[in-house]
Design a protein around this ligand. Structure first.
Ligand SMILES: [Zn+2]
Length: 295
């Protein structure tokens, strides 16, 4: 299981533009939508998360997955009994094609407002063509989102009775954002965390180095993001690639009747952050080694 999880952490790092689907057929493989907990639903594919929150005043969608999955995500929303026009807000973890690629289409089809972090908004409006992205030149571009509103770090986005907090978690991309909210079933309310990818990957030949001495903020920000995720109140963890957090495996165990509910794990964010930290350390060690070998 470990190698798979590491590969999934890479997001687009391990794939050339044209081979994304060949390497990751699960990214487009349909998945029946389902309720995660309370007002929170899964409307993504087998390999890419899209999270839907139901409020009294409409729906909030977080991530759209790949551009070619737009119709699938929209169909999943309808399958749950909702109407697409009730999607009022679309948020994004990070503006790579496998998470932000379908947002332009779903926003157009639903009329929803798109909201992201300050840098994330710029990235989405550029369709992923963002030179400060560690994977610039390798991460595929996608239809730009015409207009994206900005939410501040630790700022909240509200729709009806749903309040979603934005936590800037730069590292995997400069605009990376994790989102938290509360979901209740009967009288039990849980801390829901949709934590962004924490994997450190750079495009081959891009020259981007996390350890670039001219950019000390890259590692400092990254470590702060990891520490922030580790410290979040965390009952149910979701991640943009569900394999990163064993999310769908936990769902399967829950649906098989396992008690206590394996989706609820207050240590999940700490474990996810520890894995991100390990990956960043490995990347920095590799950069050091590469530097030593350079002429
Ligand atoms: Zn990514």
């Amino acid at each position: 299981m470990k190698p798979l999880r590491h590969a999934l952490f890479g997001c687009l790092a391990l794939v050339a533009v044209a081979s994304a689907h060949a390497d990751h057929p699960e990214w487009t493989r349909p998945r029946k939508p389902f309720r995660i907990y309370g007002n929170t639903y899964y409307v993504g594919t087998e390999g890419l998360s899209a999270i839907l929150l139901k409020s009294a005043d409409g729906l909030v969608l977080i991530d759209g997955t790949l551009p070619e999955n737009a119709a699938q995500v929209e169909a999943n929303i309808r399958t749950l009994g909702f109407q697409l026009k009730d999607v009022k807000l679309i948020l994004n973890t990070h503006a790579h094609a496998d998470h932000g690629g379908a947002i332009a289409a779903i926003a157009r089809d639903s009329g929803a407002r798109v909201v992201a972090s300050a840098v994330g908004a710029r990235e989405l409006m550029l369709g992923g063509h963002y030179p400060d992205d560690p994977q610039f030149g390798e991460a595929p571009e996608y239809p730009p989102v015409p207009h994206v509103d900005v939410v501040a770090d630790n700022g909240v986005v509200r729709l009806g009775d749903v309040v979603v907090t934005a936590h800037y978690t730069p590292g995997h991309t400069p605009g990376s954002t994790s989102w938290t909210w509360e979901s209740c079933e009967n009288d039990r309310c849980l801390h829901m965390v949709y934590a962004d990818s924490l994997g450190a990957f750079t495009a081959d030949g891009s020259g981007y180095r996390y350890s670039d001495p001219a950019h000390p903020e890259r590692v400092a920000d990254y470590r702060r993001s990891i520490a922030m995720v580790a410290a979040l109140p965390c009952d149910i963890l979701m991640s943009p690639h569900p394999g990163q957090s064993d999310f769908l495996e936990r769902v399967a165990r829950r649906d098989a009747g396992e008690k206590p509910n394996p989706l609820i794990d207050t240590g999940a964010c700490r474990a996810y952050a520890a894995e991100g930290s390990r990956m960043l350390d490995a990347k920095l060690a590799k950069e050091q080694a590469g530097q030593g070998a350079a002429p």
